[in-house]
Design a protein around this ligand. Sequence first.
Ligand code: GRF
Length: 215
Amino acid sequence: MKRLAIVISGRGSNMAAILGAVRDGRIAAKVAGVISNRPAAAGLAIAAEHGVRTIVIDHACFADRAAFERELGAAIDELAPDLIVLAGFMRVLGADFVARYAGRLINIHPSLLPAYPGLHTHRRALADGVKVHGCTVHFVTHDVDHGPIVAQAAVAVREDDDEASLAARVLAAEHRILVAAVRWFCEGRLVIEGSRVRVKDETSGAETLLVPAQS
Ligand code: GRF
């Protein structure tokens, strides 16, 4: 059975979606541990409720990014994961760190990449007046919020949306595509071909989720 390490910074709802899917058998994997760079992350308590080992590596306690990443890497390696999931992890990782886990490090991002890398994606999408927004699961490369795309969900923007209402609908879609992506990885069905990811034996097109305005 595949082993997962989940890395978070805060609320942990994406992490909780994975833990729920593992618990009810939709993902055949063991969550070896949840690591947070923030001691106060609410997700830590959720992980503990699931009986999952929690580890805090507070970035603020390290002199620089390299020192933090050495500790983070050591914690990850001790968990011996097949897949590392960045689930709301709000730190940029250095090129060496990312290269070390190439092909087994994925991230959930709240926009339809390559649109809106970085922060405040919902605010920026609304300011631009886009009609379609969404979220992306991608393999992590040295280029922040880039990397081979595993799954995306497109979410229709409503005329009356504000940042909070749009974020809530995108978040629900994040949970769905992240669980699907982790499941595919654990089933050995993700093949990285250059900048693209093929999902073996996926005929339903489930790697693209369209959420209409009235859903
Ligand atoms: C999510 O929107 C994620 O895409 C972004 O930060 C948020 C984290 O939410 N990077 P949660 O901690 O998973 O609830």
